[in-house]
Design a protein around this ligand. Structure first.
Ligand code: SAH
Length: 646
């Protein structure tokens, strides 16, 4: 089971032949989807014969016609994946299509599983992304026809989703077409995270407006479309315009008991209108805990799909506000409800960026009464420095293998493609860059900042992003996985949120071993010579133990520019237990462009260059060199009666 596909759940797979049902098995299993088959296959002899020892997992059978069955599952599907001919799929789905906001992603896998085609719901139902993930998983080719995808641009109608932004009104079709035609498009981003701007290809059509000192839109009259990102109402402009609204407004409400619900709604609406603020940018509503059952506030939260945060009088008392009221203090024990609860709730997004500057009030308290409506309402609005993100984040801890991307497992590739953000040491990120999507955010950092990297990854996953943390080789072998999990443990992580999955990679030792034959055929161990985190005495003890117990030994981190003595001592210790002619491999940058492998001996190993991208493998007492290979006998040939064992 993997957490990779949970965003697309429930997934339904449909096919009508035994062969394709079996081909889809691993995909159905990893995505925890349901495979639907016609009832006649239930009793199929062939199906049973093809899988003699197992039954099909997660499989259900439909009794009605396929078109009727499709109609039954349509509403509750995030995605439907067909292994059928395209023509059949088009005919089957066309009567059911409503609009692109509602329809599930429709994907077709050709019967030979060579191609995975994103047929419908490319952007809004995320079919393009799902198509890619499936293609990676099946080692097939993804066929994606979206214009933005092929221009390597973020898709304008979905790219804000990962930050929890809400899509505003506007002429989405026109703007998308303009961008697809690479026509100059004005971007005005007033607020919200702008990381997406960093990974644009150099040929992008965007013109970024500098909004620092001007409220008005400065145009050069060459722009053919506009994208507005902010908390205001979209601008009135004579070119097609669309808007995204980061959820950055925190509305604090105070009111008299039993104030009429319609007055509360109209009060908040009036205040938004007066300050030209967009409702879709509201992150949540807030009030004092005494009002947690105030009908009008609850009704507004429900109608607008907003959570309600409540604070005690004591909590609100500690917030400095511009307009305290002694009357309010007398009544509820704090001089401010609306302003203080707005400010207090704006502290909720748990991201470093939010702590750099405290949230501030952009609308001081407004008191609203209305003739004929019972009660009175106070509304204040605070702005946080970072937007609220309702998405549930995840952490993927990925081993990217020794270097070249062919050595990456397919599930690790899928995880890399699925993530919103990739965090890692810059060299490793460069090695996998060709696999990334244009919308993915990259945070690379110097090699020494492991702890900061791990903390950042956890912070972003808790905030709502799907974060991939990468290590070379295997993530759990001298890599980032242990560090991330240790920090989570220190934070009393409940083991569930954020969900974490570790994706294994081929560690340096294995990739070196494969290049030089079969040195690890008998008991082996790995020792890192880096004494930054481990005292040298401990390392030395382990070297002695490995050498004396005749373990084949892989040496990681053998020598750095400043740390040169350790490999010399290692050789010395090994020479106490093993012959100088014991075969040794010195393998540098395995599977990368500058790969260099030297086969030498224990006695002569120090005559060769050894550095921080090198792994040294020291054979055991029976390892032999044969041409350029190291072979460690396991003993089959010495015990003829065992030589038939697999
Ligand atoms: N997580 C990594 C190890 C990180 S420690 C893994 O599982 O492989 C870093 C050390 O790994 C380097 O000093 C070197 O000894 C080894 N190493 C990593 N990549 C390598 C490569 N491509 N070729 C040879 N050694 C490598």
């Amino acid at each position: 089971m993997s957490i990779l596909f949970t965003d697309f759940s429930p997934l339904n797979f449909i096919t009508v032949t035994e062969k394709n049902a079996i081909q889809l098995q691993s995909l159905v299993k990893i995505s925890e989807g349901i495979l639907w088959l016609p009832e006649k296959l239930k009793i199929s002899e062939k199906l049973v014969n093809l899988q003699p020892n197992s039954t099909l997992k997660n499989t259900k059978y439909y009794h009605e016609s396929l078109s009727q069955h499709l109609a039954n599952i349509w509403e509750n599907s995030e995605g439907i994946i067909f292994s059928l001919t395209i023509g059949a799929v088009v005919r089957l789905v066309s009567p059911l299509l409503t609009n692109k906001k509602k329809d599930p992603a429709i994907i077709v896998i050709d019967p030979h599983t060579k191609y995975v085609i994103s047929l419908l719901g490319g952007h809004q139902a995320n079919a393009d992304k799902l198509t890619e993930l499936i293609a990676h998983q099946l080692d097939a080719k993804a066929i994606i026809t979206s214009a933005s995808y092929n221009l390597n641009l973020p898709s304008i109608d979905t790219f804000g989703n990962i930050f929890g932004w809400q899509r505003g009104k506007g002429n989405w079709t026109e703007v998308s077409i303009n961008i697809a035609r690479n026509l100059p498009t004005l971007i005005r981003q007033d607020l919200g995270l702008n990381w997406w701007q960093n990974s644009l290809p150099s040929s992008h059509p965007f013109i970024f407006e500098n909004t620092k000192d001007s409220k008005s839109i400065i145009r050069e009259n060459t722009e053919k479309a506009m994208v507005y990102i902010g908390a205001e109402k979209p601008p009135n402009i004579d070119i097609p315009c669309v808007s995204w609204h980061p959820r950055i407004l925190w509305v604090g409400i105070g009111c008299e008991r039993d104030t009429s619900p319609s007055l509360i709604e109209s009060a908040v609406t009036q205040v938004l209108d007066k300050y030209n603020l967009e409702r879709k940018s509201i992150a949540s509503l807030a009030t004092i805990d005494l009002k947690k059952d105030e009908l009008g506030i609850l009704m507004l939260g429900k109608k607008w799909g907003l959570a309600l945060h409540t604070f005690t009088a004591e909590e609100l008392n500690s917030v400095a506000v511009p307009n305290p009221s002694s009357i309010v203090k007398e009544e509820v024990g704090t001089p401010s409800v609306a302003e203080a609860s707005a400010l207090k709730s704006a502290l909720l997004p748990n991201l470093r960026e939010n702590q750099q500057k405290s949230p501030h009030l952009i609308v001081p308290k407004q008191i609203i009464r209305q003739e004929g409506e019972k009660g009175a309402v106070t509304v204040a609005i605070a702005r946080s420095n970072v937007e609220y993100n309702p998405n549930k984040g995840k952490l993927y801890l990925i081993g990217t293998g020794p270097g070249s991307i062919e050595y990456l497992t397919s599930v690790a590739k899928t995880a890399l493609r699925e993530a919103d953000i990739i965090i890692g040491y810059s060299l490793y990120i460069d090695l996998i860059k060709s696999l990334l999507r244009p919308e993915q955010i990259i945070e690379s950092s110097p090699i020494t900042q492991e702890r900061q990297r791990a903390e950042r990854a956890i912070e972003l996953a808790k905030w709502g992003l799907k974060v991939a943390v990468i290590s070379s080789g295997d993530c759990g072998i001298y890599g980032m996985a242990g560090l991330v999990l240790e920090i989570l443990q220190n934070q009393n992580w409940d083991g569930k949120q954020p969900p974490v999955e570790v994706f294994s990679g081929i560690t340096a030792m294995q990739s070196v071993a494969a290049k030089i034959g079969s040195p690890l055929m008998h008991d082996f161990c790995a020792i890192s010579l880096s004494d930054l985190l481990t005292p040298w005495e401990v390392i030395e003890k382990r070297i002695t133990a490995a050498a004396s117990a005749d373990f084949i030994t892989a040496i990681y981190n053998p020598r750095s520019q400043t740390r040169t003595q350790q490999i010399i001592t290692t050789q010395k210790i090994f020479l106490e237990y093993r012959k100088p002619h014991t075969p040794v491999a010195i393998a540098r940058s395995v599977t990368r462009d500058d790969e260099n492998i030297i086969i030498t001996t224990l006695g002569e190993m120090l005559n060769h260059s050894i550095d921080m991208v090198t792994t040294v493998i020291i054979g055991n007492s029976s390892t032999k060199r044969y041409h350029d290979l190291l072979i460690t006998p396991r003993g089959y040939l010495a015990s003829p009666e065992l030589s038939n064992e697999p």
